[in-house]
Write a protein that binds this ligand. Structure first.
Ligand SMILES: *Cc1c(COP(=O)(O)O)cnc(C)c1O
Ligand code: SF4
Length: 338
């Protein structure tokens, strides 16, 4: 078993001390297979390895198939070319109206304040996204404000990735205050994986900031496996519910990680213990480098049918796929998975 050295450490020091070297990661996990290391070195040249130590502490030692490790360890299969796996599967570059804004759905848009994430998930559909050209500077605020005012149907802003909880509370506060000043906005949503990989990010300062906002706060975390939700993480997440913040989870259906009804049932139950409601179960986006996580439609349907039968309805995440050009995520159950 691993020693818990990092999980309760201050989040800023954790963010500045991420594991980025494949050799170091494999040493910690006592994995000495040469092919793992050479694959990780090659694949990390395209999308860097980046993992908080607190997340590694949740992995099993000496298990190359650990479901948490598989999500973050670069693999030589990422370098395979597959014709239908492309760099921008969702056509996001088209929906980029202003720096920082990704507006595809009517009442809400994504606002990207940073291109950085605390962890690099190998299946991420944003792994090829040209963030650095797209970040809003302070002087862009006026344009964003005008954009919102010109679209009165917008009532919710979603801070998204990169990961908005990698930025300081002070900077978050600046943006929250700006958004609060626009009367038509009712809800602020934060899409983040940081509470799962660095649970101390949910510090008192952040909780106070969120609690005092006039906006309804919704936090959507991203967890794919119950092993990510150890007791400390669960207790941190419960603090959000204590502040009457709505907390939801989105997961991605991933071969080798959670392509199994027991795993998904346990995930939902564990989320519920943390007072987090399952929201979406995403079918993998066909992004270049992620083909080895892809599942057959027949398997997806079979597992999903199973979890529908085994869980109360409120613990079943919505199975969805994102289709470029659609006005919302496309629900898959009851329609043909295509
Ligand atoms: C997923 C997504 C949203 C949020 O959609 P919900 O169904 O409301 O969760 C908004 N904008 C974009 C571009 C998205 O990809
Ligand atoms: S955007 Fe989310 S899924 Fe993608 S790398 Fe960052 S944390 Fe992982």
């Amino acid at each position: 078993m691993i020693n818990y050295l990092y999980r309760e450490q201050n989040w800023k020091s954790q963010l500045s001390d991420l594991i980025t070297d494949p050799q170091e990661l494999l040493n910690i996990l006592n994995l000495s297979q040469d092919d793992l290391l050479s694959g990780a070195i090659l694949a990390s040249e395209q999308f860097k390895l980046r993992i908080p130590r607190a997340f590694v502490e949740k992995m099993d030692i000496s298990n190359p198939k650990d479901p948490l490790l598989l999500q973050v360890l670069p693999h030589h299969l990422e370098l395979e070319e597959h014709a239908d796996f492309v760099t921008d599967p969702l056509g996001e570059e088209q929906a980029n109206h202003l720096p920082g804004i990704l507006h595809k759905y009517e009442s809400r848009f994504l606002l990207t304040l940073t291109g950085a994430c605390a962890v690099h998930c190998r299946y991420c559909f944003r792994r090829h996204f040209p963030y650095q050209e797209n970040l809003p500077k302070n002087h862009d605020w006026e344009n964003i404000q005008n954009y919102i005012l010109q679209h009165p149907q917008i009532n919710e802003i979603i801070l998204s990735g990169g990961d908005p909880l990698t930025i300081s509370n002070q900077k978050l506060e600046t943006w929250i205050k700006r958004l609060e000043s626009i009367e038509q906005l009712q809800t602020l949503r934060i899409h983040t994986r940081v509470p799962v990989v660095i649970p101390t990010r949910l510090d008192d300062e952040l909780l106070t900031l969120l609690k005092n906002s006039r906006l309804r706060i919704v936090i959507v975390i991203h967890s794919n496996h119950a092993n990510e939700l150890d007791d400390f993480t669960v207790s941190q997440l419960k603090n959000l519910a204590d502040q009457h913040i709505t907390v939801l989870n989105q997961a991605v259906f991933l071969k080798g990680v959670n392509d199994n009804a027991d795993v998904l049932v346990n995930l939902s139950k564990r989320l519920f213990e943390a007072r987090v409601m399952p929201y979406y179960l995403h079918v993998l986006d066909k992004v270049k480098g992620a083909h080895h996580f892809d599942l057959d439609n027949a398997i997806i349907e079979q597992i999903y049918t199973d979890i529908l039968a085994r869980l109360p309805g409120y613990l079943v995440p919505k199975l969805v796929r994102e289709i470029a050009g659609e006005k919302n995520k496309t629900p898959l159950y009851g329609v043909t998975v295509a």
